[in-house]
Design a binder for this molecule. Structure first.
Ligand SMILES: [Zn+2]
Length: 390
């Protein structure tokens, strides 16, 4: 029995649970307190009415918000690609081809090496306020290596994603149809028991619309939810394919036509923006303002991976979204918490209300505005995950 825990003296509480009739997506409350019992939020109200509890954390007038929900991360890999990053910054373009470098290192790694790397990055993310993280496979690209990647990912999260269709591996370069057959057949069969989602890199140089559709349909038939890497490097069919298949999220959304935006606006599919990738490839950012003004639900995530976005920091991505993508600080905070939860179709995280998971961060700041206002500053004072101080 852990007992109850009161987080008291909260200057500004972001709940993402607006009161009826109030136009305030963040559901802000001032001078609040929050009671945790059995890993869940049990009560929220004015600090002066706070109930007794077994333990108490004094937030000291600081801001408290739901833990970040990072709905897009590639954490199961070995090696790093710092030299490739340096070459890009010296003028070489990003093509996605470096994924194969990581595939080689990942196949050569032991389970324990992969597990240690996931733990290191998960812990790093947690220290920066992330309490829910999605983890993809996609650097194994054999039946055994994809299955073990997902088995290891599942030790750290329930939101595991089978990304056997990340890139066509070198040994199938001349026969992509055969590789799609492998992904849809024995690889999916080995991966599905360890996965909640299926994902495809639908892009020129990776998988075209026909291959992506076939792979996603097989995953759906195996009971997996759909996500798509879409429209990152150029215009393409990925976003509309994702919407058509009822994807929970289409991710990147950097190069969108009006038809893509209209399709998203009329759907339940979230547009997940990954500004760490544009930062790290020195590419134009997606236009979040255009999506928000069209009524699209927008999420922010890190895309943490060793090639195109080696950051685990949601605060960094949030600051980029505000500075470079036309989001207000409030919209960015919502997208990094409730937006991520929507992208994972999770109702228990990204929100603070009775019954939700007690996943929250206490900032070293009086307001959520400081996350974008003070970029690069370690503002996460304390993280509670399932009600447990980390
Ligand atoms: Zn990705």
């Amino acid at each position: 029995m852990i007992g109850s825990l009161l987080v008291d003296n909260i200057g500004e509480l972001v709940t993402n649970a607006p009161r009826d009739g109030v136009a305030d997506p963040l559901g802000l409350r001032r001078d609040a307190a929050l009671l945790v019992e059995d890993g869940e939020v049990a009560w929220i109200g004015p600090a002066r009415y706070a109930p007794a509890a077994d333990r108490r954390i004094d937030a000291g007038g600081a801001a408290v918000l739901p833990g970040f929900v990072d709905s897009h991360a590639h954490l199961v890999f070995a090696g790093d690609r710092a030299a490739e990053f340096a070459a890009r910054m010296a003028g070489e373009p990003y093509t996605g081809g470096g994924i194969r470098t990581t595939v080689g290192a990942t196949r050569a790694a032991t389970d324990d090496e992969l597990r240690a790397n996931v733990r290191r990055l998960r812990d790093e993310a947690m220290r920066q306020g992330t309490t829910t993280i999605e983890i993809k496979s996609g650097y194994g690209l054999t039946i055994a290596d994809e299955a073990r990647s997902l088995r290891i990912a599942a030790e750290f999260t329930g939101d595991t994603t089978f990304l056997g269709a990340h890139v066509v591996p070198a040994e199938y370069a001349d026969r992509p149809d055969d590789y799609v057959g492998l992904v849809c057949g024995p690889m999916l069969a080995a991966a599905a028991p360890h996965a909640r989602w299926i994902d495809v890199f639908c892009e020129r140089g990776a998988f075209d619309a026909d291959h992506a559709r076939a792979i996603l349909a097989c995953g759906q038939a195996a009971g997996l939810g759909v996500r798509v890497h879409a429209n990152q490097l150029g215009p393409g069919p990925g976003v509309r394919l994702g919407v058509e298949l009822g994807a929970a999220s289409v991710d990147h959304c950097t190069h969108l036509s009006d038809a893509d935006v209209d399709a998203l606006a009329g759907s339940a599919t979230v547009a997940t923006l990954l500004p760490g990738a544009e930062f790290s490839t020195r590419s134009p950012y997606p236009d979040a303002r255009r999506l928000l003004d069209a009524g699209v639900t927008v999420a922010l995530a890190t895309d943490c991976n060793p090639g195109s976005s080696y950051t685990s920091s949601m605060p960094f991505c949030l600051a980029l979204a505000v500075r470079e993508m036309g989001m207000t600080p409030a919209e960015a905070v919502w997208a990094a918490t409730a937006g991520g939860a929507a992208a994972l179709r999770r109702a228990d995280v990204g929100v603070l209300r009775p019954g939700a998971r007690a996943d929250l961060t206490i900032l070293d700041a009086p307001s959520h505005l400081h996350l974008a206002y003070r970029p690069g500053v370690p503002l996460i004072r304390q993280v509670l995950h399932n009600g447990v101080p980390q």
